[in-house]
Design a protein around this ligand. Structure first.
Ligand SMILES: C[S@@+](CC[C@H](N)C(=O)[O-])C[C@H]1O[C@@H](n2cnc3c(N)ncnc32)[C@H](O)[C@@H]1O
Length: 297
């Protein structure tokens, strides 16, 4: 039995893994890629990039092996990036005033989405050991950190999210979007509940939250699909074990209980339809990863 121990002493390997996938997707032809992130490469350790350049065949074999082990997960994660980008852009057009990215990792939206750069404060929240590495990289790329980005180091397991935000000039009367991309599965149920309660109680009407989730069976190890078992075991090995799961048929009631409305669950089937036509038709995707968004009305 593998030990379910959290280890956050080093920058998050999962954040790096996702940056690596965005890098791979961004290198595809424009009419094929699902999302585009020109900065993703900077968050990948140089030795990994170097290995890929020196040993392209071995690197390709490694990528193919990972794809077999987690069949379709990479495409689902790329669809997640794109869906969250599209959702954010729509919100900006509808008058977004503030963006909070929880578990930001190497999220580059603040640096690549033009409309965000103008007058929208972006709060990036992450564990200090991942965030300090990111800040160094941002300074390397741009010379300094952008004025509208506020870095808020936090450990969601032991610290109060609200206190941290208010200490950093979060304004609860501004229309806000809360992005939790690849986060809620890594934090305990208590922290998930505290975060959702905070959003409902401390954001103005029209503010929203968007996140993705796995079903309970992936988290507790009862998933019958091999990929579910592989995801769970891999994350335990990395020291970033899954801690929170919720089933698709429970998500609406769950969010309603906190006071959210206008809840939209985005199943793997629906994002497959959105992003996998034409040239992407034959790409596998992972049916275990769903997205959801909801409004504080
Ligand atoms: C899977 S990565 C996702 C990163 C980014 N949102 C993305 O999609 O590329 C999970 C992120 O959540 C952060 N995280 C996980 N548990 C955390 C905790 N207890 N406190 C603060 N950050 C945490 C990790 O440091 C990491 O950056």
């Amino acid at each position: 039995m593998m030990e379910n121990k959290v280890n956050r002493e080093n920058p998050s390997q999962m954040a790096e893994g996702i940056a690596m996938q965005r890098f791979g997707e961004s290198n595809k032809p424009e009419d094929e890629r699902i999302c585009y992130d020109p900065y993703a490469i900077h968050f990948i350790r140089p030795e990994i990039i170097e290995f890929g350049m020196k040993h392209p065949e071995e690197a390709k074999a490694k990528i193919e092996q990972t794809e077999r082990q987690f069949l379709g997960l990479s495409s689902s994660i790329m669809a997640r990036v794109r869906y969250f980008d599209d959702f954010l852009k729509k919100y900006i057009d509808e008058g977004l005033e503030q963006l909070v990215i929880l578990g930001a990792g190497y999220d580059t939206r603040a640096y690549r989405i033009e409309k965000l750069k103008k007058s929208i404060n972006v709060f990036e929240m992450d564990h200090p050991n991942t965030q300090s590495f990111k800040i160094d990289k941002i300074k390397e790329i741009f010379g300094s950190t952008p004025e509208n980005v506020i870095y808020v180091p936090v450990d969601f397991e032991i610290e109060n999210l609200g206190q941290k935000l208010f200490d950093n000039e979060y304004n609860s009367s501004k229309k806000t979007l809360f992005i939790m991309e690849g986060l809620i599965m890594y934090i305990p149920p208590r922290a998930v509940a505290e975060t959702l309660s905070f959003i409902v109680e401390n954001s103005c009407k029209g503010s929203a939250v968007i996140f993705d989730y796995y079903p309970k069976s992936v988290v507790d190890g009862t998933c019958k699909l091999k990929i579910g078992e592989n995801i769970r075991n891999h994350l335990i090995q990395l020291g970033e074990p899954l801690q929170f799961g919720i089933n698709e048929d429970e998500i609406e009631d769950f969010l309603t209980q906190f006071g959210f409305s206008n809840i939209k669950n985005v199943t793997s089937e629906s994002y497959k339809k959105l992003y996998f036509p034409g040239k992407n038709e034959n790409r596998d995707f992972c049916e275990l990863l769903n997205f959801v968004h909801a409004v504080n009305e």
